[in-house]
Ligand binder design. Sequence first.
Ligand code: AMP
Ligand code: ZN
Length: 471
Amino acid sequence: MIRFFNTMSGKLDEFRPLEEGVVKLYTCGPTVYDYAHIGNFRAYIFEDLLKRFLLFKGYKVKHVMNITDVEDKIIRAATELGVSLQQYTKNYTDAFFQDLERLNILPADVYPRATEHIPEMVEMVRALLDKGFAYHKDGSYYFDISRFPDYGRLSKIDMDARKVGVRIDSDEYEKESVHDFALWKAQKEGEFFWDTELGPGRPGWHIECSVMSSKYLGDSFDIHCGGVDNIFPHHENEIAQSEAYSGKRFVRYWLHCQHLVRDGQKMSKSQGNTISIRELTTEHGADPMALRLLLLSTHYRKMLNFTFDALHQAGSSLQRIRDFLYELETRSFHEGDTAPVEDLLRAGEAEFESGLGDDLNISTALSAIFGLIKKANILLSREEISVKGAVLLVAAVRSWDRVLGILPAREPQVLPDEIKHKIDERERARAAKDFALADSIRDELLARGIALEDAKEGVRWKTVPPARPKK
Ligand code: AMP
Ligand code: ZN
């Protein structure tokens, strides 16, 4: 059984998709007014873990992630710079896709852009007006939440005590009620607008997700994700718009991840405490896969405090897995029995799968991997692993990595001639019993990220990460 914590029900619910064997998944994507930070990527990596686990369990997954390329901050910045929205957002959209690739995040099936769905948004606002859920005031259109009795069910907000939500532009527009939110905003002097049958203006932020999810996944679909900051008002408003429009239940499972924080503060632009992926990898020399492992390894519903020490530790854990595979893939093994390995694998596989099936319990899944490595290393040291046993172990780790995604296929590594000459020189020094020279060459190579090992089969080499990311 697979179960997930559903924000809507407030409990762990057994997961069953609407259509057997197929999962329809919508995840709120980036607002491309700046580079996405590692807090954003905590959300995208949690969603990637969820998706990879469902694929691992044999489901087909249809995944849609929107790109918010029109929004207050984008409009303001593009207007100030005197460029079009497209010109402004292109760089950040391209950077976002590069970062997804760098972090080995599986691509969505569709990345719809808000600016490419204006007619559909106009049509949804028009329908909400016709059905009496929306009203018009001073060129803008609002959703009347008093007409939607279920409002607040997802976020469990106290409707009486509620203050105006962060993203609702209540100070910028007059409204019948402070609780209502903008569907379509009237054009402001000097700002970018679309001339539509609703009048000149631009869409509110929430309407794009209602429109694009139903266009690509249907009026009702299985899973909708985001960070906890999306619960209110964004997802609450999406539910109101979509269910008022279609008369059907919008989403069956709502999954939200907790924030990534730094020194106790949510990582966000407004706090000024963000770090982008490019900053981490280029300025601090971080390994993107160590970052991926770090972001994965705290359960998604717990707060994750980012520190460089934690990143360094994640790098060491990753190296343990890489070293294990390296041993299995480069050593020579004897023919023989696979029983000891098979026993380890049976226990490990059950732990890995049942852990993840229980609301993506990553601690259990990681302890299955590291437990396996520890026990298999003991067998390795006793030379109790056969050729077939080694193959089974490699296959198991690679198969679990379909879920974790931390061991992407690397280009076959070729040593530069200069390094090869150094290795030969060290071999000659060893043969001549000049161990001081041999050791100094070995240390020099290690400092350059090449570790040498004298095995039965001869000298082996592997790349090792830089000593420690620079702070
Ligand atoms: P935004 O571009 O602000 O709309 O955010 C994109 C996604 O990142 C949303 O799902 C947010 O909930 C999520 N997010 C933003 N900041 C954080 C954070 N510090 N930790 C985790 N998720 C975040
Ligand atoms: Zn959204």
